[in-house]
Design a protein around this ligand. Structure first.
Ligand code: ZN
Length: 88
């Protein structure tokens, strides 16, 4: 995975929160292992959608999740990184 995409996944993960990004998901020690797991899933005929590996900002391992195109990650990070001001 290229560095830019890797960084975006970490940032998007942090913004989404531990529960959604890491939570009860299976951790894989390397991208290669997560890749194998995602390929197995993507061959499964009853799957709901294809998945891909992503690095986890919380446990620093890898998980598999729905495919996130670069443009979607960028849009997510851009919108969540600049939340509208909130009054306490
Ligand atoms: Zn994790």
């Amino acid at each position: 995975m290229e560095q830019r995409l890797y960084d975006l996944h970490l940032r998007a993960g942090q913004l989404s929160g531990r529960e959604k990004t890491c939570g009860k998901k299976t951790p894989y020690a390397s991208e290669a292992l997560a890749q194998q797991a995602s390929e197995a899933h993507n061959r499964w005929e009853e799957r709901k959608h294809d998945v891909e590996p992503y690095p986890c900002a919380f446990c620093h391992q890898w998980h598999i999740g729905g495919i996130m195109p670069l443009s979607l990650l960028e849009a997510m990070v851009a919108s969540l990184a600049n939340p509208t001001e909130q009054q306490d």
